[in-house]
Design a protein around this ligand. Structure first.
Ligand code: URA
Length: 244
């Protein structure tokens, strides 16, 4: 690999707040410090294509994840939940991580929160005169394995799995991303602000507009009528931005 390509890789990963890279499943687990030394050694990076080169694909990312054992979340998972929907979608929804139903089926957002998300997408689109079904968007999560007892993913789990999420987004190149809840917003925007302050406003992940909104699980709790109204408003904004 020449110096310029190496520099591109390192800039790419640094921009994504990744300072450790991981070898593909099956290879010995090792990490490379993402700092350029004056005379770079022959570094073999795991993702052997130039960022933005168009050489990556969802199939390749899924193959790289393989039977992943890169973090502790593998210990109790049943299925890796990679993503679902149209690979060429103009809109991607990013959640936090699989729950019990998703872990059993290997498909994101199929439990109660998922049913609410599907309804929100399809009903809001219908009301706004936009012909859109769940299958027309792409849905995935920050972490691909279920955290025990549905706890929030830990920073190292988000960092390890985040590189696959970033690659998914780079491949799909949607017109906009809707970040569902604080974990997705943090993973994409690395912000310290809470979801209540961030929601409803456009942010950016590598030039792609990101709209953070409440997570559907939060909306399922009682007494959240206001949050529900706000989430519907956020979704309307996103749908008009993407499909008008
Ligand atoms: N919650 C999430 O964040 N993701 C899912 O896939 C299901 C529930």
């Amino acid at each position: 690999m020449d110096r310029e390509t190496l520099r591109q890789y390192l800039t790419f990963y640094r921009d994504l707040h990744i300072d450790t890279v991981f070898l593909p499943a099956g290879a010995a687990i090792a990490s490379q410090p993402a700092v350029a030394t004056p005379k770079p050694p022959e570094v073999v990076l795991p993702v052997m294509f130039a960022p933005d080169s168009g050489a990556d694909s969802l199939e390749r990312i899924s193959a790289d994840i393989g039977d992943c054992k890169r973090c502790r979340l593998c210990e109790q998972r049943n299925k890796i939940v990679f993503g679902d929907g149209d690979q060429r979608a103009r809109l991607v929804f990013v959640g936090e991580g699989p729950g019990a139903d998703e872990d059993a089926q290997g498909i994101p957002f199929v439990g109660r929160a998922g049913q609410l998300l599907t309804q929100m997408i399809e009903n809001t689109a219908a009301k706004e005169g936009i012909p859109l079904k769940r299958a027309d968007v792409y849905i995935c999560n920050v972490v691909k394995c279920r955290p025990p007892d549905n706890r929030t993913p830990l920073p190292d789990e988000m960092e390890i799995c985040g590189q696959f999420l970033y690659r998914q987004l780079m491949v799909i190149q949607p017109k906009a991303i809707c970040a569902l809840g604080a974990t997705a917003a943090k993973a994409l925007l690395n912000s310290r602000e809470g979801i209540t302050r961030m929601r409803g406003n456009w942010h950016k992940w590598r030039d792609i507009p990101v709209m953070p909104t409440y997570h559907p699980s939060f909306l399922l709790r009682p007494y959240n009528q206001n949050a529900k109204r706000e989430a519907w408003e956020d979704l309307k904004k996103v749908l008009h931005f993407v499909y008008d």
